[in-house]
Design a protein around this ligand. Structure first.
Ligand code: SF4
Ligand code: SF4
Length: 277
């Protein structure tokens, strides 16, 4: 019998779509991707790994996870599958009211909610303040952990362009890029396999939606994620490897920028098609 390998964070997209359009989303979720995970798929993807690894944090996100009608059931199931992990939910909050029992469940499983804020305009604040109050009331009653994350404060580009015109930075210095990487501990569970980080995972959704993306992505599209059939040594090596050659696609000095309002619908953004300063 093997000991389970402890890892920092494992994340899973329970919805690929998002209601916001944050430019340069590291999950490519601002590009109109579709699909929600069913509870059956969720179990099928997780089950082969529960005897092999113990994530300190198992995070349900997307896209926007509250688009998934089975979210509350998934949080409960996640706790059953990984009882020693902190079960976390990251959401922009707009649809939390579609899940009436969610605060109670988060309290019951000792979970953590991260509410991300993606803009600072009065229009955004007006909406945000409504669901923030609901979250604070939920926390007061059910005592789950809460992070209020002001995402736009540290926003930087992870790739250039969007849609079919998306391009990697290809700065060619994987070591430096990894050092500056905000998602270096965010392994992804996707289609039953484990991937190093969000960009290397969800570039596949981008390629499926926009088959003509630049051939500069080709070396990254052949990346091989960790399969559940991997030996314990292979699994250990995967999780302890820091820089990989794929990190060459990322920026060596990511610059913070003010993105356009994430409330602008995708269709209107496409029409404007002008890069932000
Ligand atoms: S809220 Fe913004 S950053 Fe988060 S998944 Fe949606 S588009 Fe990406
Ligand atoms: S490829 Fe490397 S540097 Fe780029 S996001 Fe993934 S882990 Fe970070």
């Amino acid at each position: 019998m093997h000991l389970k390998i402890p890892i920092h964070t494992l994340e899973i997209h329970v919805a690929n779509a998002c209601n916001l359009t944050c430019e340069s989303c590291s999950h490519f979720s601002n590009n109109g991707h579709k699909g929600v995970l069913s509870l059956e798929e969720f179990e099928k993807w997780c089950a082969p790994w529960t005897g092999k690894i113990t994530p300190k944090h198992f995070r349900l996100l997307g896209g926007e996870p509250t688009i998934n009608p089975q979210l509350t059931a998934m949080l409960l199931r996640a706790h059953e599958l990984w009882p020693n992990s902190k079960i976390c939910l990251t959401t922009n909050g707009f649809f939390l009211d579609r899940h009436p029992g969610i605060y109670e469940v988060l309290g019951k499983i000792g979970g953590e909610l991260t509410l991300t804020k993606h803009d600072f305009t009065p229009e955004y604040d007006e909406k945000y303040n409504v669901f923030k109050q609901a979250v604070l009331a939920g926390k007061a009653k059910h005592n789950f952990s809460l992070n209020l994350e002001i995402s736009y404060k540290r926003w930087s580009r992870r790739h250039k362009g969007e849609g079919a015109g998306v391009m990697p930075f290809n700065d060619g210095d994987p070591k430096k890029a990894f050092k500056k990487c905000a998602c270096r501990r965010c392994h992804q569970l996707f289609r039953g396999k484990i991937w190093k980080c969000p960009p290397i995972t969800y570039i596949n959704l981008q390629k499926e939606k926009f088959p003509n993306i630049s051939s500069e992505w080709d070396p990254y599209l052949t990346y091989e994620p960790l399969d559940p059939s991997a030996t314990q040594m292979q699994t250990l090596k995967f999780f302890t490897t820091r820089t990989e050659s794929i990190c060459a696609m990322c920026p060596v000095s990511p610059q913070r920028f003010d993105k356009r309002s994430p409330l602008i619908p995708l269709g209107e953004l496409n029409k404007a098609n002008t890069p932000a300063a």
